[in-house]
Design a binder for this molecule. Structure first.
Ligand SMILES: [Zn+2]
Length: 238
């Protein structure tokens, strides 16, 4: 009988050395139709007057700024992961009585927070209402994250790194219904079609299932500016 020597098990290299890494965003980097992008550099700081106007718009749309969660390290101003005009929020008020909560606090730049508040209040809540529900929560949310696309060394910096992107898994209605945006399901297809249409009208990048393997399990939104206002709307709703 041969000695039972444990052999090293070959494992695919991963960014963080852990098994089953969650695919990170590529933000369409591999798309062969991608146009030339602007040069990459740290985002410029936001003009104080523009930031004040943005915060005022955000509040007018029901957004409520909160303090960043304890342990959240603010990115160095001027650094690759700095956020111009960072805003942390966890709910958007629809009226005196009703509000939509984020499952966890999210930090993004004010210009994105302002658009998200409008999307939640003016698009998502009415969509829920049209389908006999009341939007209560955005589930599986993500904002600022200091990393490159796919978490690959040397790759372009992710829009999440400068607070210009938002990830979302599902919508939860007050009656408990959960609309998983990424899941093929005839029962929620119409709702997801409407969510997609509203997102693609509002944001410059929308990536979901069908865009690439990194977006098979969530929807990514960002306000990345490209030449000639080129937009990306890649999400196969099934
Ligand atoms: Zn994302």
């Amino acid at each position: 009988m041969t000695a039972n020597v444990p052999l090293p098990v070959p494992r695919p290299p991963t960014a963080d050395g852990q098994s089953a890494p969650k695919p990170a965003d590529s933000e369409g980097a591999s798309s062969p139709t991608s146009p030339p992008f602007a040069e990459e550099s740290p985002p410029p700081a936001m003009d104080p007057a523009a930031l004040a106007a943005c915060l005022s718009d955000f509040a007018a749309r029901g957004g409520e700024v909160i303090a960043p969660p304890a342990g959240d390290t603010p990115a160095q101003p001027g650094g690759a992961c700095s956020i111009p005009g960072p805003v942390t929020f966890t709910q958007v008020r629809l009226s005196e009585e009703a509000s939509v909560r984020l499952e966890s606090p999210v930090t993004v730049r004010c210009t994105l927070a302002r658009e998200l508040a409008a999307w939640i209040r003016d698009d998502l809540a009415p969509i829920a209402k049209r389908h006999g529900g009341e939007l209560a929560q955005l589930t599986g949310v993500g904002g600022h994250a200091c990393r490159t696309r796919n978490g690959q060394p040397g790759a372009r910096i992710s829009e999440h790194a400068s607070g210009n992107a938002f990830d979302l898994l599902a919508l939860r209605f007050k009656d408990g219904r959960l609309v998983e945006l990424w899941r093929a399901d005839e029962a929620t297809r119409e709702i997801r079609e409407e969510v997609k249409a509203s997102a693609c009208a509002r944001f410059r990048t929308v990536l979901g299932p069908g865009a690439d393997s990194a977006h098979a399990d969530h929807v990514h939104l960002d306000l990345r500016e490209r030449r000639n206002d080129w937009r990306m709307c890649q999400w196969d709703v099934k």
